[in-house]
Write a protein that binds this ligand. Sequence first.
Ligand code: C5P
Length: 407
Amino acid sequence: MSVKIEDMQSIHKKKIVLGVTGGIAAYKSAELLRLLTKAGAEVRVVMTPAAREFIQPLTFQALSGHRVYTDIFDAEAESAMDHIELARWADLMLVAPASADFIAKFNHGYADNILLTLCLASAGPIAIAPAMNQQMYASSSTENNLITLSSRGTLIWGPASGEQACGDIGPGRMLEAEELVQLVSLHFQPGKLDGRHLLMTAGPTREAIDPVRYISNRSSGKMGYALAKAAADQGAKVTLISGPVSMQPPPGVDRIMVESAHDMFETVMQRVDKSEIFIACAAVADYRISQQSQQKIKKSSQVMQLSLTRNPDIVASVGALDSPPFTLGFAAETENIEQYAAEKRRRKNLDLIAANQVGGGKTGFENETNEIFVLGENYRQRLPLASKTQIARQLIDILAERFLAQQ
Ligand code: C5P
């Protein structure tokens, strides 16, 4: 391993609850505890009844220098710190090994042992290191449990692939103690946008014609949601104002759903003064129906005319504020991308604009991939074709660098 345990400054003085469940990998948890303690963490160990079949609490007690929590009804342990207090105390709960049984119960909110109770009572970050037979790991039940836990913000560390205690070969091995300590260290490293308030828009808008019909566009919201996740991963406090999309918000992101451009405009304007950064990623409808019908419009004449009124330009309104936040906008163009984008950036008073080509090919709306030019004052950077997740990470890196340089 490249980084020395002693150098893992970010772990120093961090309060960690180490949860141990029943699995052969439980022996590795003793080494994990030793390394975390060596890196300066304060660790309390919580074991499930099944874990005690594999390793004695005394081992953990000796290594941590503290009582090990094994029983919900253990009055002596509870008098040291009850399980609710312990959940609040922890900067991180790390369950290693996390058995298939624990993962299933945790996902479904069970609280029939002390570790599950603690996980349910915790509002802080929880990381789990799955460890099980490769077939159990491959089962759709485990897969679904892990997907749901991850979508709720649980950090899933591993598993590794290789030879298993039962003789099988495949994914399901718990990560080595050193790898887990490194992940803990990374987890505690401050992000580039730590604590910064970031407001953003994403997805399409819907402009109602009557109670059942609307005008909209093909925006999937994927780029915006990937940006929200990338910003949250860098520690930003993200408020995502989203038009109608079918995706779940990324963990830790505060999402407000809106329908029309006008709702999006109002919601942004109410919150923008508390924001240091604004990203306009929504495909906002340029026009709305001048007069929405209160009743469903009946078909009658052969030709029907709809009168449209211009919508407010959200990002331009943000750019026109007395002290606007650091602002990133987007430009989807079919030709002369750079020239049009540069003009748009100046006209809307944006710090950065990300321009991409739309209309066929592998970029833009509904696609999984994107290729982007980022333009700023005396700044030009091309981000070659990559997944929207990768593009989002690179864009947030550029944004953070330019934003911090301005502070
Ligand atoms: O002018 P155009 O629609 O091409 O500009 C695109 C950029 O402006 C995007 O960042 C988009 O989110 C933003 N925009 C906006 N409000 C509008 C129209 C566009 O915020 N009404």
